[in-house]
Design a protein around this ligand. Structure first.
Ligand code: ADP
Ligand code: F6P
Length: 517
């Protein structure tokens, strides 16, 4: 799919916490493979097979992942990612596989790393979710989790990345992903000076003051780790600027907001922005599949009869997605417009996310409670207006995109939001995108959406009404325009823009031609 520019014909070592596939066992004890959750996996899955000599380093997230890794002595395994993930024979059945290095992490260290520091602390801080009066609290427990969890796990993954780079002769393009791994680049740079090291953040980067919630030693470690990269990249220019301002204010480093760079000793680190996207062709291919068609028929029967309309949301049950306020807004809509009761349904396809983090388990309970309240208050002839399904089912989600009339994305804050991009390219009913102004996607799709203000329930209810009553011509024009934006800025463009920039950087700054000095 993607042609790689000169200068980046390097092997690629990619790191993310969540991998593209996770293994398990079914009731008969047979090994199963399922797709990893979230936008990062969606975006990167289609790309990996296009990168020659690439390895994806990720956490072994289940016992079966650890068993697979152990069967291969901790070396990379070969997997096919599409159409469905599966383990291939040792060297790939047809050479089309992706190499996956599953890193096993001690359970306790992983809990500290994932359920105490990365989620909630970093996630909440970066999505602006702390009120600060009562949370967060950093006690001995959090200090231990920082040292024995976040720092230790970063060290473990840095070692895995270093060994993959060294196995490739020390020269590789290292692509580090997301807030789990702020400390990795510094260590990779120290041990692999010939590597080009880049980092991509999939979530927001807030302004300098937000980072003061972290103790100075922690926030300085985060910044110092990131400054080990050649390029630190974000979804939006605003996040990139916030990063530079954070370096300036918290580390006193000189930044250039024109060139979008920060100077660290004799090095210059670039802050860039590349809005992530989806594989449009693959999404449309999936939408045309018999499995999706079957789901779409069932959804049409259930929700799209004469005079009826369907509001949809597809999300992880993440507090940042603002699901509870979304249902409150829907209830307000039904109260303000009782003529819609019995005519408009709300289908919510929600993947229970991070249930080992107490804040997330509580939030899922809140979701259940608000749905019960709204359904009890607004049932029409026994029909509940909200159909809440706690599922992770890509085919069902895509089928729902095709038949909905309104897609609701009201996130408090979201680095990008791929759900919005997915829906506009496959919908067949000229649906309206109701999109939070606090998503990265709003910068591209806002002009064609009904904008939602995530904290204003009345505004969201009014916006839903506007979406449900919008004329067909306007809906069609807007949906088509939004789809064109996504088609023109798809995932291939996201990757090639980075590879081009890294290639230029590599050619200019990092590689000296072999020969006498
Ligand atoms: P995040 O990265 O925070 O999870 P995004 O909207 O960017 O949010 O990406 C979410 C990805 O996960 C999308 O590809 C979406 O289709 C998928 N997804 C989310 N919820 C579900 C679900 N309930 N079932 C299937 N896929 C889902
Ligand atoms: O895109 C943001 C992100 O945090 C990814 O890093 C992550 O893989 C995904 O959401 C899902 O979260 P988790 O891996 O914690 O289930």
């Amino acid at each position: 799919m993607t042609s790689r520019p000169e200068g980046t014909q390097l092997p690629v070592v990619l790191l993310s916490h969540r991998g593209p596939v996770s293994f398990g066992r079914d009731e008969e004890g047979r090994r199963t493979a399922s797709r990893g959750a979230g936008g990062l996996v969606t975006a990167l899955t289609g790309l990996m097979s296009d990168l020659p000599d690439a390895v994806w380093v990720c956490a072994a997230s289940s016992e079966e992942d650890a068993a697979v890794a152990a069967e291969h002595d901790g070396d990379a395994v070969e997997v096919a990612l599409e159409p469905e993930p599966r383990l291939l024979d040792q060297d790939g059945e047809d050479g089309s596989g992706v190499r996956l290095r599953l890193v096993e992490v001690d359970q306790r260290a992983h809990d500290d790393f994932y359920t105490v520091i990365a989620n909630p602390l970093l996630w909440f801080l970066q999505h602006g979710m702390y009120g600060l009066a009562l949370a967060p609290v950093l006690t001995k427990r959090e200090h231990a989790a920082w040292n024995d969890g976040y720092v230790a796990v970063n060290r473990l993954f840095a070692d895995a990345v270093v060994s993959e780079v060294q196995a490739r002769g020390g020269r590789a393009l290292v692509m580090l992903h997301d807030y789990h791994f702020y400390l990795v680049a510094r260590k990779v740079r120290e041990q692999c000076p010939e590597a080009v090291v880049s980092f991509f953040l999939h979530i927001p980067w807030p302004g300098p003051d937000a980072w003061r919630v972290l103790p100075p030693a922690w926030r300085e470690a985060v910044l110092d780790g990131l400054l080990g990269n050649d390029v630190v990249a974000f979804h939006t220019e605003g996040f990139a600027r916030n990063f530079l301002l954070t370096c300036q204010e918290l580390l006193g480093l000189p930044v250039d907001l024109e060139a979008m760079t920060v100077r660290v000793g004799d090095r210059v680190v670039a802050a860039r922005h590349y809005p992530i996207s989806i594989d449009v062709a693959a999404m449309r291919e999936l939408a045309a599949s018999p499995e999706v068609a079957e789901h779409a028929d069932a959804l049409r029967d259930a929700f799209c009869g004469e005079g009826r309309q369907l509001v949809l949301r597809v999300d992880r049950t993440d507090p940042s997605k603002n699901i509870v306020r979304g249902f409150e807004a829907f209830a307000t809509l039904l109260e303000d417009h009782p003529e819609l009761v019995g005519r408009v349904s709300f289908l919510a396809l929600l993947q229970p996310s991070r249930q080992d983090v107490p804040e997330y388990a509580d939030y899922l309970a809140e979701i259940g409670a608000i749905v019960a309240r709204v359904n009890a208050a607004h049932a029409a002839e026994g029909d509940a207006p909200i159909d809440l399904r706690l599922v992770e089912d890509q085919a069902l989600a895509v089928a729902a995109y095709t038949v909905c009339d309104v897609l609701m994305v009201n996130a408090l804050a979201d680095g990008m939001n791929l759900v919005a991009k997915e829906a506009v390219v496959v919908n067949t009913r000229e649906s309206v995108l109701a999109l939070s102004e606090n998503t990265g996607a709003h910068q591209e799709l806002g002009p064609f959406a009904v904008t939602l203000h995530p904290f204003d329930i009345q505004q969201q209810a009014d916006a839903l009404h506007e979406a449900l009553t919008m004329g067909r011509d306007l809906r069609r024009a807007r949906r088509q325009a939004a789809a064109r934006v996504v088609e023109e800025n798809d995932i291939a463009k996201w990757l090639s823009a980075q590879l081009n920039d890294l290639g230029v950087h590599f050619a200019a700054e990092r590689v000296r031609p072999p020969g006498p000095a």
